[in-house]
Ligand binder design. Structure first.
Ligand code: ZN
Length: 546
């Protein structure tokens, strides 16, 4: 973004080491290398402390979501606030900015794709982003998020939209104020998208969505003309401990390393990483719905193998962790949907599942189970949506939040606009706001905008990465049918996981797949899978005009 280079100019010292590097002599090169090494050590020390504090805060959050007694809530809130404040102060310390200035010339002693060069580049990006946002605004957003979230937990079950409208108005105002700190951008929401998907803009997201949407609409029209697949086999009684054990066993097959991770239960499944040696996932279990725990576990396991696969030497630096929300989501979706709901892996896994639940499944053929877990049906709730209609839920939210921030949609008209889009895009209408525009927590957690697109970017990229992996190793599908995931996992580790945040999403996709981010592999995947699954002609997704 243009605003980034403007900020770089103000931050860079007048005589940067980059300028000097053109005239270094052999004698000065040695001392210059030594001073770079010294500065890098100091940078690692500073960033390491920030990473330690953030990891400690993540442990507190994990504990709160899993085992903490209710009475600990108030104290935990204070403890976390203190850690977050210290981490933020260290992140915007002017001394860190000066150090990054001095390391501007690092490419004189390191190659462009060296870990240290990436460390300086990413640390600078994080620093510049952090210093643009005034602490007072961060506090206002945080306070608003806390009160909006608390109100939402009561207003959603009570279907009380009127109570939430003032919060939505404040959320829009704060989001616009936050976005304005990044200067003039082509779209007001660009800085919020950039925070989740570094280097991407609203226009980039719209281009992807426009390429996908007509095909989804065409497919959905074909699918809804038929009766949805029967999913009764999933809705029997399945003892919870046996469900958890099976999900974890499959996660281990994917490469989730239990010497560096664990699985626990929580109301909302999530994955959190404290270091590459300690990555934790949670799941939720329903005794009368087999798909809930199994696919929540496989989804979070996908996030976890990404975190565990980051090169250990990137630990304690800002390079640890996934490069963007969308790339992270691509891994949860790849392992959950492409592998876990795929015919090949089920050839291996389903007989084991039948053994785990003989009474419930021994008379259910694999084909029936496969169709049940891949059933397509337009629905009101995003989190319950099937793999295909899910993207339409996302596009509705993305368009509406863009319009709210642009000012072309008033908060007072949001519910009407929401219902109109659901009727038009999915052919369903909700009798309540609880299952309408109040259903997601995202708009009530602080700011509005910049989060939803990453789910569909994840779906798109899951197929692009899988397609690149199988192009390199055509044996992967047959290996999955034998329960062998190591070739696929190895390709992903080498091309995606180990790099952490070294590359932006667009750079990573280009390096890993040899192509720009594209919807083509995802459309081909949906076409092959859902045409067969729903008994539709293979051309059902082929052309939007048919
Ligand atoms: Zn996820």
């Amino acid at each position: 973004m243009a605003s980034k280079s403007a900020s770089r100019t103000t931050l860079r010292s007048p005589k940067s080491s980059k300028t000097k590097s053109t005239t270094v002599t052999a004698a000065t090169a040695g001392s210059s290398t030594r001073s770079v090494e010294k500065r890098l050590a100091e940078l690692r020390q500073r960033l390491g402390e920030i990473a330690d504090i953030k990891a400690a805060s993540a442990v507190l959050n994990w504990d709160q979501a899993t085992y903490m007694p209710k009475g600990g809530g108030a104290a935990r809130g204070r403890q976390n606030a203190t850690l977050n404040r210290i981490a933020h102060e260290k992140s915007i310390d002017p001394a860190l900015g000066r150090l990054l200035d001095q390391l501007d010339g690092i490419t004189t002693v390191r190659t462009d794709d060296h870990d240290d060069t990436a460390l300086v580049r990413v640390a600078r990006r994080d620093f510049e982003r952090a210093i643009k946002i005034p602490a007072a605004l961060v506090e206002r957003i945080s306070a608003h998020g806390n009160s909006a979230y608390t109100a939402w937990t009561e207003a959603r079950p009570a279907n009380d939209l009127a109570r939430m409208l003032p919060f939505l108005n404040t959320g829009v105002d704060l989001s616009r104020e936050l976005a304005s700190k990044f200067g003039n951008t082509a779209h007001i929401m660009d800085p919020l998208v950039d925070a989740a998907e570094p280097g991407m803009t609203v226009a980039d997201v719209r281009a992807l969505f426009n390429a996908l949407r007509p095909h989804l609409v065409t497919f959905l029209a074909s699918a809804t003309a038929r009766k949805p697949c029967d999913n009764a086999c999933l809705l029997q009684h399945f003892p919870e401990p046996k469900q958890l054990a099976f999900g974890l066993k499959m996660a281990e097959h994917f490469g989730f390393d239990l010497t560096r991770g664990r699985l626990d239960r929580s109301p909302h499944p999530f994955c959190t990483s404290f270091a590459t040696g300690d990555v934790r996932i949670t799941t939720r279990v329903k005794a009368d719905d087999l798909a809930e725990a199994l696919y929540s576990t496989l989804h979070e396991a996908g996030h976890a193998v990404y975190e565990q696969g980051v090169a250990a030497e990137l630990d304690r630096t800002p390079l640890a962790g996934g490069t963007s929300a969308g790339v992270h989501e691509s891994q949860s979706r790849l392992w959950e949907n492409i592998v876990g709901r795929g015919e090949k892996f089920l050839t291996y896994a389903y007989p084991l599942l039948q053994k785990q639940f003989p009474e419930q499944l021994k008379r259910i053929p694999m084909k029936t189970f496969y169709r049940a877990i891949n059933r397509v049906e337009p629905s009101l709730i995003r989190t319950d949506a099937d793999e295909l209609t899910y993207n339409l839920h996302i596009m509705i939210r993305f368009d509406l939040e863009c319009a709210l921030l642009e000012g072309t949609l008033a908060v007072a008209d949001l519910a009407e606009a929401w219902n109109a889009r659901y009727a038009q895009d999915l052919g369903v209408s909700s009798p309540t706001h609880s299952d309408g525009c109040l259903q997601d927590v995202h708009w009530f957690g602080g700011i509005i905008g910049g989060a939803f697109q990453s789910y569909t970017i994840g779906n798109i990229l899951s197929a692009q990465f899988y397609s690149a992996a199988t192009a390199k190793h055509p044996s992967i599908p047959d290996e999955l049918a034998e329960g062998k995931c190591s070739t696929l996992h190895g390709w992903l580790r080498d091309h995606v996981y180990r790099h952490g945040r070294k590359f932006t999403p667009l750079e990573l996709v280009q390096r890993a797949t040899g192509a720009k981010m594209s919807t083509e592999p995802y459309l081909a995947y949906l076409d092959a899978k859902y045409s067969a699954c729903a008994g539709l002609p293979a051309s059902a997704l082929g052309s939007p005009s048919t």
